[in-house]
Ligand binder design. Structure first.
Ligand code: ADP
Ligand code: MG
Length: 623
């Protein structure tokens, strides 16, 4: 290559601007694991340069647009240990090389780079552009010729010390970037970036949807046509386009078949089974984006464990920026898998990180609204499908109400389903309200271990006879969620094993007082009841903590939180007469009272305080 020196004597190195050097030092010396992103960065620059040329030719009547002239090309030289990426884009002249590659931070981005961790994070998420070449190379050459100009230039640098620019020769416009890969050292392998399969894989992973072809000559193997003999193989070279170019989310819905969406779901490894449903979004506005969002068909085995990572794939102009961008999804929708592509997000490190955050938050809000209203649509149109979804992921919706202290109530309450005792299946709260009798003004529920158990609860009798439906809650979170919601459309939630306000009877007969005293502080009150059907006793709770909550909290090891219990005794049951008869025989009355209390607790699923004492008391009567 004949090169004319531009800078004084020999090839004088120019120093980088101070802030570039600082970042470069940090980059090169950081134990940065994801060094493979350099390729994505260089390809993204190549693609930008092709875009720029394309826009330029739009205004140029002389130039006709030939699609075949716009491409990138990867070339490997194993002997020299170099990897070259060529593009036929706009190219750079001396001034451009000076300005664009000599300075890294163009706007006020230095401040946030001071913080190492944060800078690492930015490198990881948005890339640091051209300089990432130094993650894998100890020398980088940029040979470039600008479109419409005659002189080519060679920019060269071996790291933070500086760079040089000399005149050079190059056929045609565009840029060729050559990386002299670092030597392999222990676990640090750089030779891998000379392997076909590795490069193919990287292009597919990070740059699959770049709109220009990325070509590479690859070595393939094929079977020889030999009759009767052992099959032989030969290798041959072939130029391949490594990227698929048009991402499915950029296509129109009308062009796509259901199978295309399912295929994409599998290709991206969102899940093993088919998705239950999906939404294809194209938003144009303040921040434009396209997205395909999937509701998985099955619940991931690690869902709602610490191991599960929520998030969407984030692309900008066809370049993968992040594989699991958490900020795009509110917690209530952790189960959603899919992809977001927004041209409005910049790959440029010199953008303020805060602005990116605001953009992501904006998209996230938008996604939330779309998904929630889509779920409502499924609920109304395809109830079976919705129930499949709800059984898998309904918990996340409830959790979002609970964890937001009710702030998400309005958004989510119409998507909730609970088991209706009367319907024998799941109903929404709106359905419950519709079926409510005129004399009923509360939404009744009962929490318990299982539907079977709940169906046999003695408290049910009264509500059944009134014709009032009861929601059976079997998920530990359910009752906490209803408590936080307080009401639905102005109708309060009321547990049927919770004392209703104004239910306390003022004047207590002596017998009830006695029984209360004999129960040694286990109950706050004892009273007669006419609501128990043919059951002798039942426990209800007074105040904020219900029996079901006590049961769950005890199971979770929170032993201090106990419900205030009221023992109800059926006035119409023979047991009532027996108690009256024992009024003045304290020992027997104590035994009876304790047995009745323990039985009421057992029915509620609460553990016995002293199982041995309980058994002994019963044996006493069996003699
Ligand atoms: P960014 O792409 O975010 O601007 P980079 O560090 O990746 O930052 O690139 C810096 C600049 O160098 C680009 O903005 C562009 O002007 C120039 N550049 C880099 N690679 C090329 C290329 N292949 N062709 C033309 N210009 C390029
Ligand atoms: Mg770039």
């Amino acid at each position: 290559m004949s090169a004319k020196k531009i800078e004084g004597d020999g090839v004088t190195k120019k120093p980088y601007k101070a802030e570039s050097k600082k970042l470069m030092d940090m980059l090169i010396h950081s134990v940065y694991t994801n060094k493979e992103i350099f390729l994505r960065e260089l390809i993204s620059n190549g693609s930008d340069a092709l875009d720029k040329l394309y826009y330029k030719t739009l205004d140029d009547p002389e130039k006709t647009f030939n699609r075949e002239d716009y491409y990138m090309e990867l070339e490997v030289d194993r002997k020299r240990r170099t990897l070259t990426l060529r593009d036929t884009g706009l190219g750079m002249n001396q001034e451009d090389l000076e300005d664009q590659l000599g300075t890294l931070a163009k706007s006020g981005s230095l401040a946030f780079k001071e913080d190492q961790d944060q800078a690492q994070d930015i490198i990881g998420q948005f890339g640091i552009g051209f300089y990432s070449a130094f993650l894998v190379a100890d020398k980088v050459q940029v040979l470039s010729k600008k479109y419409g100009e005659d002189q080519a230039y060679l920019w060269e640098s071996e790291g933070p010390e500086g760079y040089s620019i000399v005149e050079a020769e190059k056929e045609g416009h565009g840029t060729a970037i050559t990386l002299y890969l670092k030597e392999d050292k222990d676990e640090e392998t750089y030779g891998e970036f000379l392997e076909d399969y590795r490069l193919e894989d990287l292009v597919k992973r990070y740059s699959n949807y770049i709109r220009y072809p990325i070509k590479m000559e690859v070595t393939r193997r094929r079977a020889l046509d030999q009759e009767g003999e052992e099959p032989g193989y030969e290798t041959y070279q072939e130029v391949q386009v490594l990227n698929s170019m048009v991402p499915i989310w950029q296509k129109n819905k009308q062009e796509l078949k259901e199978e295309d969406y399912r295929q994409f779901y599998r290709d991206q490894h969102y899940g093993f089974e088919d998705p239950l449903d999906w939404i294809h979004i194209n938003v144009e506005g303040l921040i434009s984006y396209r997205a395909i969002l999937y509701i998985p068909g099955v619940k991931p085995f690690d869902y709602q464990t610490k191991a599960y990572e929520k998030g969407l794939q984030l692309y900008s102009k066809g370049v993968l920026i992040m594989d699991r961008c958490e900020k795009l999804l509110p917690d209530a929708l952790s189960f959603i898998r899919g992809v977001v592509d927004s041209e409005d997000l910049s790959l440029n490190i010199s953008r303020e990180i805060l602005q990116e955050d605001r953009q992501l938050a904006h998209i996230s809000k938008n996604i939330e609204n779309k998904v929630l209203s889509h779920l409502k649509k499924i609920m109304d149109k395809d109830r079976a499908k919705y129930e499949t979804f709800y059984n898998n992921f309904g918990e996340s919706l409830k959790l979002s109400i609970y964890e937001s202290y009710g702030a998400h109530k309005d958004k989510v309450q119409d998507l909730l389903l609970f088991y209706s005792a009367r319907q024998g299946g799941l109903v929404s709260l709106a359905q419950y309200l519709e079926a409510m009798g005129e004399d009923q003004d509360k939404i009744y529920y009962q929490g318990g271990e299982s539907l079977d158990h709940l169906a046999k609860m003695p408290q049910r009798a009264y509500y059944d006879q009134k014709g009032w439906d009861i929601l059976f809650l079997t998920h530990p979170m359910d009752e906490f969620v209803l408590k936080i919601m307080g009401d639905y459309q102005g109708k309060a939630f009321q547990s049927i094993s919770q004392e209703e306000e104004g239910q306390e009877d003022p004047e207590k007969p002596d017998l009830l007082k006695k029984i209360g005293a004999l129960l040694d502080g286990r109950v706050v009150a004892v009273r007669w009841s006419d609501r128990l059907g043919d059951n002798p006793v039942s426990l209800v709770a007074r105040g904020d903590i219900s029996l079901e909550m006590e049961r769950i909290l005890t199971r979770e090891g929170q032993l201090g939180l106990k419900a205030q219990k009221v023992l109800e005794i059926n006035r119409n049951h023979p047991v009532h007469d027996k108690l009256e008869a024992l009024k003045d025989q304290e020992e027997d009355l104590r035994a009876y009272s304790q047995i009745l209390y323990d039985q009421a607790a057992l029915i509620e699923g609460l553990p016995l305080e002293d199982p041995v004492a309980y058994a002994k008391t019963i044996w006493k009567f069996m003699k």
